[in-house]
Write a protein that binds this ligand. Structure first.
Ligand SMILES: C[S@@+](CC[C@H](N)C(=O)[O-])C[C@H]1O[C@@H](n2cnc3c(N)ncnc32)[C@H](O)[C@@H]1O
Length: 270
């Protein structure tokens, strides 16, 4: 199999940057090569550099470009990541609010663990029956592959290690037969979470106004101007007084936006 040249690396990462806003630096060369190699072979191209050339010139089918973007995004996530946000979420969900539907957006939802963690907490604290306060969750991501897998809500059992035992019992089904070793988020919980593709670098699809927005572990991939553009776009969907949670390593303080830091990694729409 051929090696990805420096020129091809530059060409494919520039294309990826134009689409996603994410810059992949030269130290990711081997990673990019290994992630694209299989795609190249599947497309019937044994020379990865020709594959890249055709991709950049728009001579490959659109679905392959989608697969390239899927392969080059980093989708690491897990249930109940950065738990302090879930504690804050409970306080807000149980607070007065406007009394209407409590709406939460997971703005880079990856394979859905974050959105389903939110759903478990809200199902527990607000309930699921018609007399309780209504709530629902949107999950969006750039990658079509992770959006599809989030919709399924099927995970290897070992991914559930942070899910409280009580939530596992109430909201997850244990797989058997061909699904041995997997868990499925139950249908009722899945019905409260809607996933769709959305690129944070482009105008957003129609979305409601949210009480809480999770925008975690995605801003780290962008430079200052892209970060500002993304956060301002996302804030247009945040209710006044609503809160935005970036990841704990992602400060929004220097962006000059009307956001007030009210606790570590918790910002309120001023
Ligand atoms: C590391 S995961 C974080 C998932 C989850 N929020 C968490 O904290 O566990 C980052 C996600 O951001 C998505 N992403 C990257 N660039 C994006 C963009 N321009 N628009 C929307 N999502 C993007 C990736 O596809 C990936 O699923």
């Amino acid at each position: 199999m051929s090696q990805l040249t420096t020129d091809s690396f530059k060409a494919i990462t520039e294309l990826f940057h134009r689409i996603s806003g994410i810059k992949l630096v030269e130290s990711k060369h081997a990673l990019v090569q290994s992630r694209l190699q299989k795609l190249s072979l599947e497309a019937g191209e044994t020379d990865i550099n020709i594959f890249v050339q055709k991709m950049v010139r728009g001579q490959m089918p659109e679905e392959l470009l989608v697969s390239v973007v899927d392969k080059l995004t980093t989708n690491e996530t897990y249930f109940f990541r950065e738990p302090q946000h879930f504690e804050d979420l409970v306080r807000r969900a149980q607070g007065q609010g406007d009394g209407g539907e409590f709406l939460v957006w997971s703005g880079a939802s990856s394979s859905g663990e974050e959105a389903y963690s939110i759903a478990m907490v809200l199902a527990d604290k607000l309930g699921m029956n018609p007399s309780s306060r209504p709530w629902s969750i949107r999950g969006t991501d750039l990658s079509t592959a992770v959006v599809e897998s989030a919709r399924q809500g099927l995970y290897p059992m070992d991914r559930a290690r942070n899910v409280p035992a009580d939530y596992l019992r109430r909201f997850c089904l244990q797989g058997f037969g061909p699904y041995e070793g997997q868990l499925l988020i139950n249908r009722e919980l899945r019905s409260r979470v809607q996933f769709q593709c959305a690129n944070l670098m482009q105008p957003l699809p129609p979305l409601p106004m949210f009480d809480v927005i999770f925008l975690r572990n995605v801003l780290i991939y962008f430079d200052g101007p892209a970060k500002t553009a993304i956060v301002s776009r996302v804030m247009e969907r945040l209710k006044p007084g609503g809160v935005l949670y970036p990841g704990h390593a992602e400060s929004l303080a220097s962006l000059g936006l009307p956001l007030k830091a009210i606790a570590p990694a918790i910002y309120q729409h001023a």
